[in-house]
Design a protein around this ligand. Structure first.
Ligand SMILES: *Cc1c(COP(=O)(O)O)cnc(C)c1O
Length: 337
């Protein structure tokens, strides 16, 4: 390449022979990033087999949620919506707040009184309005729905095909990177990530690769539904892994789990917190116990994962914790339940 005659960017954009180049073109760029794919030495030694990590803890807003939320928000903006509404005080609300800021769309997040100061502060940091209402999520959500209107889009935290299409990109990236794996380990709350990963595997010709779907005791709504053979509403969420705290999984998540290889595993809070702390030591990245749940299975793969030779872990992340909080939990959680 010759360097004496640099090509002026302006001359390309304003090429007089090509008047259409004068038009302002809107280049669509996804709101999520292509996250690193690592082979974890520490986890591979613990699991006694190769373990790949898809590091979605590094997404903007701190979790995989921006994949689906970003896709849904872009979809709604393209169809004329001018406000986003969320009723998640967790990583979903945070992702909507981030997407709104990036797309210059105002966001209101309705949260119950139980939402932590840290979560509210993180949402406000993205420029979104936080409305605190009611003792539980149900009341906050009702007020959110009343605030809807023609110009607004409600962004659900896990139950929307637009989200699943966006979450599926996590598998597209792993496949494009040429990774080889024969099981995917992920955490399950309401099942949005599960639906997205199942979609991603299917659209890459990997529909028969098993998904190990991990929940914590006290938030195990998928496990309960699979045991009962029908959707089950848990009476309450008693796990500290609040990002897994959907009392009922989506119908689609339940049906997927019955119709493709999905293995349900339930771990306890203490193990999930321990895995988050061990992961912070091993990889210098802090993740919520919600993500630690999936890591627990990877760290103890000799027990949980016989038959699977190469594991892919979706490191889903989570922004609402810290090393100090994890250490406090490790010190206070009971050893046996
Ligand atoms: C939302 C979330 C989950 C659970 O995802 P679902 O789509 O609700 O199953 C797990 N971990 C983290 C960190 C989350 O933010």
């Amino acid at each position: 390449m010759s360097v004496d005659k640099p090509v002026s960017i302006a001359s390309i954009v304003l090429d007089p022979l090509c008047p259409s180049s004068l038009k302002r073109r809107k280049v669509s760029m996804p709101l999520h990033i292509n996250t690193p794919l690592l082979e974890s030495r520490a986890l591979s030694l613990a699991a006694e087999r190769p373990v790949l990590l898809k590091m979605d803890a590094l997404q903007p807003a701190g979790s995989f949620k921006i994949r689906g939320v970003g896709a849904a928000c872009e979809h709604h903006v393209a169809r004329g919506k001018r406000r986003f509404i969320s009723s998640s005080g967790g990583n979903a609300g945070l992702a909507v707040a981030y997407a709104g800021r990036k797309l210059s769309v105002p966001v209101t997040v309705y949260v119950p009184e139980t939402t932590t100061e840290q979560a509210k502060a993180l949402i406000r940091l993205e420029g979104a309005e936080v409305v605190v209402h009611g003792a539980s999520w149900q009341e906050a959500n009702e007020l959110a729905l009343q605030a809807m209107g023609e110009d607004a889009a409600f962004i659900h935290p896990f139950d929307d095909p637009l989200l699943w299409q966006g979450h599926a990109t996590v598998i597209d990236e792993v496949v494009q990177a040429g990774a080889v794996f024969d099981a995917v380990i992920l955490s399950v709350g309401g099942g949005g990530l599960l639906c997205g990963v199942a979609e991603g595997l299917a659209r890459n010709g990997l529909g028969d690769v098993p998904i190990i779907a991990v929940e914590t005791h006290g938030a195990a709504s998928l496990s309960a539904a699979l045991d009962a053979g029908e959707l089950v509403q848990l009476p309450a969420i008693t796990s500290i892994a609040t990002s897994l705290g959907a009392r009922k999984v989506s119908d689609h998540a339940f049906r997927i789990s019955q119709n493709r290889p999905v293995e349900s595993v339930v771990v306890d809070d203490r193990a999930a917190v321990g895995a988050s702390l061990r992961f912070a030591d091993d990889h210098r990245v802090v993740v919520e116990p919600a993500c630690g749940a999936a890591l627990t299975v990877a760290y103890s793969a000799p027990i949980y994962g016989p038959g699977y030779e190469r594991l892919l872990v979706i490191v889903c992340g989570g922004a609402t914790t810290s090393i100090d909080k994890l250490k406090d939990l490790a010190a206070t959680l009971p050893h046996h339940r």
